[in-house]
Design a protein around this ligand. Structure first.
Ligand code: LLP
Length: 409
């Protein structure tokens, strides 16, 4: 993998973007999203493949609209994500709802909007049966009990995970399904994010196939998301050239055994948007100390929490001085607690005022951003066909005060 900025972002000048929109700034590259979508869809050879973009990664309305225009449906986890998808022009029939532990009231709101819902616990299944009987189709989220994923916080399919219904509880599930005649049309699982070992998809497939045999009216099997994207040079990534044919062959064979052409679904988040995004930030201070040289930026864990939250690596390039020799720096944020982006990292020589680019800031960057230290969130810019579009304005002090009232003491 090359860590240099690819695709249409090369045709714009990130430094000019920072002058135009100010810094820090999230920038997304539409071409890269389209490239990833094409790469994924061309890897599988099945009758019907559906990509349901896990929009928790990045829900900007323009991004939702663009990804849907490419051909993807949208996977949502909250009523608000459903509403955002609808606001961006996506019909409820193209929205899938995979919540975890939400209130029954929220589940009903989704159903009333006409969205296909995924059920991840037996209590909700029973309530759905009581209320709707066989009148709405549902998907069941299965917990396959496989430990996979980049770290425990993002592993969702292991025995201690709160997600899905255990494969050991299928008898109970079947009792409820039969009692109310519930129309189970799909089974879904999501093992985790950053799946290092692509064979996990094959293992999970066998578990889904075994479970699927218990349900006679299925239309789709959903293998979740979690495709591994590169964050740094030499990173393992999901080898779709290898995985695509293997999954497709097994899936097609299973469909024959099941006696019906099922649809194959995936729910990628990172794979579609992670590499498309950059967080651009300015260097406020270069601070040599007896132990290291700190680079202090006009951003922090409030805008990119992944390094502090998951020890995640985000590649950093100095786009103001790209050809300079690399020196060792500790790149940190401006937050009033430790917020280290990179410790003792080689980066092209950095001077105060330079613009640094954090790579892989398309997924779970602005989405996990906060107003900590009462800092506004940055603007978002989309590069589409070589042109820059402001797709979200920078927050202001007014945004920080919105909805607050001052008590008349
Ligand atoms: N489907 C379900 C049910 C999920 O819970 C997730 C992610 C996905 C699909 C998409 O996974 P992806 O393809 O993006 O790996 N904030 C973390 C990642 C949390 C993922 C949560 N669920 C991070 O920044 O690494």
């Amino acid at each position: 993998m090359s860590n240099s900025a690819p695709y249409s972002i090369q045709r714009v000048n990130p430094i000019e973007l920072c002058k135009k929109y100010d810094s820090p700034l999230y920038v997304y590259d539409a071409d890269k999203i389209a490239y990833q979508y094409e790469k994924l869809t061309s890897a599988f050879d099945v009758k019907t493949l559906k990509i349901k973009y896990a929009c928790k990664a990045l829900t900007n309305l323009s991004i939702l609209k663009y990804i849907h225009k490419l051909g993807a449906d949208i996977d949502t986890v909250s009523i608000q994500e459903i509403q955002l998808a609808m606001k961006s022009g996506i019909a409820p029939k193209n929205i899938f709802y995979t919540p975890n532990g939400v209130s029954f009231d929220e589940m009903q709101q989704a159903i009333e909007l006409g969205v296909f819902v995924n059920v991840d616990n037996i209590s909700t299944l029973e309530k759905l049966g009581e209320k709707y009987g066989s009148s709405i189709p549902v998907c069941l989220r299965i917990n396959p009990h496989i430990l996979a994923g980049g770290n425990l916080k993002i592993s969702t399919g292991h025995i201690n995970a709160k997600f899905g219904i255990s494969i050991h509880q299928m008898n109970e599930v079947l009792d409820i399904v039969n009692k109310y005649g519930i129309d189970v049309q799909a089974l879904q699982q999501h093992t985790g994010s950053d799946l290092l070992d692509a064979d996990v998809f094959l293992k999970v497939a066998e578990i889904l196939f075994d479970t699927a045999k218990k349900f006679k009216n299925l239309k789709a099997l959903d293998f979740g998301g979690g495709f591994k994207v590169p964050y740094k040079e030499g990173d393992i990534t999901t080898n779709l050239d290898d995985l695509g044919p293997k999954i497709s062959n097994r899936f097609n064979a299973f469909c024959e055994e099941y006696g019906k052409e099922l649809e194959l679904w995936f729910e990628p988040g990172k794979f579609l948007v992670s590499e498309s995004g950059y967080l651009l930030a300015s260097v406020n201070v270069v601070k040599p100390t007896p132990t290291t040289t700190f680079i202090q930026l006009d951003t922090g864990l409030n805008h990119l929490i992944r390094p502090m939250f998951y020890d995640a690596y985000h590649h950093i390039t100095n786009i103001s001085n790209p050809n300079a020799e690399k020196k060792i720096y500790s790149v940190v944020g401006y937050i009033c607690e430790t917020d280290t982006f990179a410790w003792e990292r080689p980066v092209e020589e950095i001077r105060e005022g330079d613009i640094l680019a954090f790579h892989n800031a398309g997924a779970y960057a602005i989405m996990m951003a906060s107003n900590y230290n009462s800092r506004p969130r940055p603007a978002e810019v989309l590069i589409y066909e070589g042109k820059d579009y402001l797709i979200r304005e920078r927050e202001t002090l007014e945004d920080l005060m919105k909805g607050q009232t001052i008590v008349d003491f």
